[in-house]
Write a protein that binds this ligand. Sequence first.
Ligand code: SF4
Length: 447
Amino acid sequence: MRSFPEAARGELANVQLRTNLRAATDTIRAKRARVVGEVPDWEELREAGRAIKADVLAHLDEYLLQFEAAFRAAGGVVHWARDADEANAIVVEIARSHGADEVVKVKSLTTDEIRLNDALETAGIHALETDFAELILQLDGDWPSHILVPAIHRNRAEIRDLFARTIAPGIDSDDPHVLAEAARIFLRERFLTAGVGVSGANFAVAETGTLCVVESEGNGRMCTTLPPVLVTVLGIEKLVPRFADLQVFLQLLPRSATGERMNPYTSLWTGVSDGDGPQELHVVLLDNGRTRVLRDEIGRQALACIRCSACLNVCPVYTRTGGHAYGSVYPGPIGAILTPQLRGIENASSLPFASSLCGACYEVCPVKIDIPAVLVHLRGQVRAPLRERSLMRAVAWMLGGRRRFEFAQRLARATQRLAAPRAWTETRDLKSIPAESFRSWWRRSRG
Ligand code: SF4
């Protein structure tokens, strides 16, 4: 994985990306502020969301077993996967056992995290993304740069040209209705003939074994109801204890995500019903580093994330670099704390530094994840380069004695013009050191 500064440098030079990001995030941010402002008990809702998630993380083992029992009792099959390879193998095996050479997919960050599409392709099974933006990216071999608006970096003319080359030869308009209709015609047939559907889930209810997907286009509902077999890959942190808890999150999520009072499609399914929807239902409970994150009392709050992306839209770093610079399916502030924990800090050590620590992410987070605190906590785990460590040791020694400190002041005063560090002062002003220290002025003025 390239370091964040290295990856960001290239993205910052992309003017179109910055223009698209600016327009999209400004719009979503304003919509969010408007609909959140309408809710008099928004802070209480946030606190309720935080408390429910904290309870889930504190008792995850119990809730997982409760969910497993309820899901089985409703007629579903439960699989446990320690990592991406195990999860992928389970989904491949289910698809193979039904002779599927194509599965239809609901947009799912969890399946992107484990690179399920690649695993299916390797097994000769095509995974067709049915979310409009995900379809665009798949057709062009591109990857998402925003949690909710994956193709935020693409514009309409590009999409028209892409469709003309792939699913809609002859299309010559970049009108959104025309583009959406082309995708609809292409997808409808595939929904009706697919033998296996694959989804993630936004929430899973421990007491009832219910799964819940929220989305804007209706493609998710097609995937979860039309194919006779449905497999849902669920990160184990997605549980909520009670069905009634959904009322908290179904208010918090759409307002924080797309700035809507309610998302257009909320699909809930509990087990199998004769003659209605999939007749074979699987859930894959995915760990993939989550139990390791759970051990860290400060870092574990990242697992409370409901993937609304509000923190991305307010982040001064994300809104300039976009999502690709984060090298993960989880971009922005949440990515900066989740990816290093899931992959191991040694594999993503630059991400906790991809923040100005302004705190805007914390202010908008619907479940009150203290992202700045986790960033600082993770920074403390990164081993600084030798030069920086030596410098800090020297500073500590110098500050450890009055005479040494005063000598350093005099030295700095005399040499400040020569010694100004170039990389630092290229983008910042270095305040000059006063001609006299406060202590010496005090002594002098008192005679
Ligand atoms: S960290 Fe909070 S604001 Fe960011 S995506 Fe997750 S829930 Fe939303």
